[in-house]
Write a protein that binds this ligand. Structure first.
Ligand code: FES
Length: 162
């Protein structure tokens, strides 16, 4: 121990210890107060989920050849150009929600998870899926693009003719 500290009066050492604990206490209170403010702000601010729009711009009708079934993986929909016109199906299997796939060689939509199969118009052929693939609302924008509302199911056989 250095010579100076050894000879320091006991009050000075006590004072340093008091000052140290006072600063420690203030620091702890500051951290607790900051935590309370942060928690309070998080508690009072609204819990809003910013989800992408359910409306998909599928592009120009000319980009879909006649008798084609096109899967948009990002949107989870099929754009189908049939002789009757355009329509869109959900590509999400009605069993447990797997993404289905178009099998051009078989002319069916198949689910890789449990083997459900659907016709091109969404009607179920076989498998555990309880319902057909739902049709989605389709319309033409003012710019002539095909628009699909993934959040709106419609009755089947409502085609958009271009
Ligand atoms: S999720 Fe498609 S058949 Fe089960």
């Amino acid at each position: 121990m250095p010579e100076e500290k050894k000879n320091a009066p006991p009050e000075a050492t006590e004072l340093n210890r008091r000052a140290f604990f006072a600063k420690l206490g203030l620091g702890s209170l500051s951290i607790a107060a900051a935590g309370t403010v942060a928690f309070g702000y998080q508690f009072l601010s609204p819990n809003v989920l910013f989800e992408p729009s359910p409306v998909v711009n599928a592009g120009k009708p000319e980009s879909y050849p006649l008798d084609s079934v096109t899967l948009d993986v990002n949107s989870g929909i099929y754009i189908i150009h049939s002789k009757e016109g355009f329509f869109s199906l959900s590509a999400v299997c009605t069993h447990l929600g797997c993404l289905t796939a178009w099998k051009p060689d078989l002319g069916i939509i198949a689910c890789p998870c449990h083997g459900s199969k659907f016709k091109e118009d969404g009607e179920k052929i076989e498998g555990p899926a309880p319902r057909p693939l739902p049709w989605k609302r389709v319309w033409l924008s003012e710019d002539g693009d095909l628009m699909v509302d993934r959040s709106t199911d419609i009755r089947p056989m409502q085609f958009v003719r271009v």
